[in-house]
Write a protein that binds this ligand. Structure first.
Ligand code: NAD
Ligand code: TDX
Length: 349
């Protein structure tokens, strides 16, 4: 099996590459990544430089923009085997950045996906497109409903709007040109190698660095958390047995308010407050902040026999805290810059 993994030096993509190398030792993986601020070569170093390891020569990194048609086309053209595929993770992924600077999101998420689709069309290569539950907009805090594949698209932010646009391109390329593609829309991921701009690693590394954790607004917003390895095991099931043209929802029934997650992190890290101090700061809320996401993944579970393995969020958070504690070299070089950026807009309430 040969895979081109776009965005494979980012959080989910790097975890995906690591899983593939573990589970398919003879697979050849080409990571196509433009190495934006969100990428980290160190997430793959052992695989790329692993002379003497089983992976030596099997994982390569091509530093290029997936919207660069010449490079993307060249790599996709090499995928000629029956199990070969492109797994398309590359995207600008952070909502807060999309509110400040939307253009890179239009470029990577829409033009990048268009370019990948055109290459797969020309060379008749199987594609899996990785998307998000945010394309569906948000749910009320008190309603029973969850997102299903039939939920209408209603994105709120420049990030989710560009991911929705990308999904629509994939659907159109399947229908109009017969591209052999599947789509997955997953809920919020957590785990190792996640950039410290994101909610969970930001709080963990703030505490490790002696800074106060930061909760947007009241913290009532609900996210449906899934461990990154469970997301990736679902992607591998879809690649193996997914029906072409289908959209699969991926989630692990991990709904929690941001306040609950924050309190668990503070408690696990021993900074639960005293004397009325909760141990963290409430700060300026995100504009247009989606209230609640929740995924109904029953079709994916029933049709593909997929099950998440990390269903205890508290245990998953402890494991994630342990990883950031043991891997300071991975995150420390970018931490100050991320916090300086937040400090320019964030006010303690
Ligand atoms: P990330 O920001 O950590 O990584 C994205 C990677 O894509 C980076 O390595 C970056 O350099 C690369 N990239 C960006 N633009 C590129 C371009 N034009 N060409 C080549 N490479 C480019 O993001 P992530 O959290 O790992 O998300 C990966 C995918 O999963 C995204 O498509 C995202 O929308 C989707 N997703 C993320 C989550 C989540 O909770 N993080 C949930 C559901 C879906
Ligand atoms: O410091 C913070 N404090 C805080 O309260 C940060 C960074 C975030 N938050 C809140 C905002 C959200 O309600 O935490 C929640 C999670 O925030 P993010 O980690 O920024 O994720 P979110 O905006 O929910 O989007 C994530 O999940 C869906 C990913 O970044 C997307 O790429 C994915 O599509």
């Amino acid at each position: 099996m040969r895979l081109v993994v776009t965005g494979g030096a980012g959080f989910i993509g790097a975890n995906f590459v690591r899983t593939v190398v573990r589970e398919y030792p003879s697979a050849r993986v080409t990571v196509l990544d433009s190495m934006t601020y969100a990428a980290n070569r160190a997430s793959l170093t052992d695989l790329l430089d692993g002379a003497g390891l089983a992976t030596a020569g099997l994982v390569e990194l091509v530093e290029a923009d997936c919207a660069d048609a010449a490079v993307t086309e060249r790599l996709v053209a090499e995928l000629t085997g029956p199990d070969d595929a492109v797994v398309h993770f590359a995207a600008e992924s952070h909502n807060d950045n999309s509110l400040a600077t939307p253009w890179p999101f239009v470029h990577s998420n829409i033009v990048g996906t268009y370019t990948v689709l055109e290459a797969c069309r020309r060379h008749d290569v199987r594609l899996h497109h990785v998307s998000t539950d945010e394309v569906y907009g948000d749910l009320e805090l008190d309603e029973e409903a969850k997102f299903t594949p039939a939920t209408a698209y209603n994105p709120s932010s420049p990030y989710s709007a560009t991911k929705a646009g990308a999904d629509m391109l994939v659907r159109a390329w399947v229908r109009s040109f017969g591209v052999r593609a599947t789509i997955s829309n997953c809920s919020n991921n957590y785990g190792p190698y996640q950039h410290v701009e994101k909610f969970i690693p930001r709080q963990i590394t703030n505490i490790l660095d002696g800074r106060r954790p930061r909760l947007y607004g009241s913290g009532a917003n609900v996210r449906d958390w899934i461990h990154v390895d469970d997301h990736n095991s679902a992607v591998l099931r879809i690649l193996a047995d997914g029906e072409l043209g289908r959209t699969y929802l991926i989630g692990a029934d991990g709904e929690q308010s941001n306040l609950q997650v924050m309190q668990t992190i503070c408690e696990l890290m021993g900074v639960a407050g005293a004397d009325g101090d909760p141990g963290f700061d409430h700060v300026t809320d995100r504009p247009g902040h989606d209230l609640r996401y929740a995924i109904d993944a029953s079709a994916t579970r029933e049709e593909l026999g997929w099950e998440p393995r990390h269903t205890d969020l508290r245990a998953g958070l402890q494991q994630t805290i342990d990883w950031y504690t043991a891997n300071r070299d991975w995150w420390e070089p970018v931490k100050d810059r991320v916090e300086a950026r937040y400090a320019s807009t964030e006010k303690v309430l």
